[in-house]
Write a protein that binds this ligand. Structure first.
Ligand SMILES: C[S@@+](CC[C@H](N)C(=O)[O-])C[C@H]1O[C@@H](n2cnc3c(N)ncnc32)[C@H](O)[C@@H]1O
Length: 191
């Protein structure tokens, strides 16, 4: 498994994510794919335990077959839409390129899960449609392509993600413009 896009974006994401991660504790990565982000980021934060997860058995098998940095756990199966997740506590959640390539119920389920696990920070990366801003030509084409592949997929509206977060008492505290018309979103839990 290998993703050229993950290879391109792992450094820009790490530069924005790194300073926001907790000093210690567990980072639950959701939709880890080929583990390129996790393998790049986990060794930079040796006091964290990085737990990658994915719905795809191929991603789990890939993680079992390669050598992992010491603080990067073997990936576990996690479908965001399942009621029960494989761990019961995490300090932060990181998820890249999931929202547009999964069913529309996923954003709300992700924040519900984050609330259950006692997570303080949720970091989400990907393309989003921002109200009042023109959609980049590349994202329009990407959205068409996604919807033609699966009617449940498509680039989500940022406002919709914020509403899903608010249902579980998470507020967006930052939105950072990233290369190739992507956004890095930082949510924190409100008590
Ligand atoms: C485009 S890949 C992103 C992989 C990696 N995060 C990256 O940015 O390179 C989307 C990933 O979402 C996972 N996925 C899709 N639906 C999911 C769900 N309901 N729960 C968890 N993971 C899911 C897929 O298996 C796939 O690995």
């Amino acid at each position: 498994m290998f993703s050229p896009a993950a290879e391109r974006n792992k450094i820009p994401i790490s530069n924005v994510l790194g300073p926001r991660l907790p000093e210690s504790g567990i980072v639950l990565e959701i939709a880890c794919g080929a583990l390129q982000h996790a393998c790049h980021m986990a060794p930079k934060h040796p006091n964290l335990v990085w737990q990658p997860t994915d719905i795809n058995p191929e991603a789990i098998a890939h993680g079992q077959a390669i050598s992992l940095p010491t603080n990067l756990r073997v990936p576990r199966h996690l479908n965001v839409l399942d009621d029960s997740w494989p761990i019961d506590h995490a300090n932060a959640i990181y998820s890249a390129n999931l929202m547009h390539i999964s069913p529309p119920g996923v954003p709300a389920a992700l924040f519900r899960g984050a609330r259950k696990l006692g997570v303080s920070d949720v970091f989400v990366y990907g393309p989003f449609i921002v109200a009042g801003q023109p959609v980049a030509e590349g994202n329009l084409r990407f959205d068409d392509d996604l919807r033609s592949r699966n009617s449940q997929w498509g680039i989500r509206a940022l406002g919709q993600i914020e509403e899903c977060a608010a249902l579980s008492n998470f507020n967006m505290i930052d939105s950072v413009a990233m290369p190739a018309n992507n956004l890095f979103l930082h949510f924190t839990g409100v008590d």
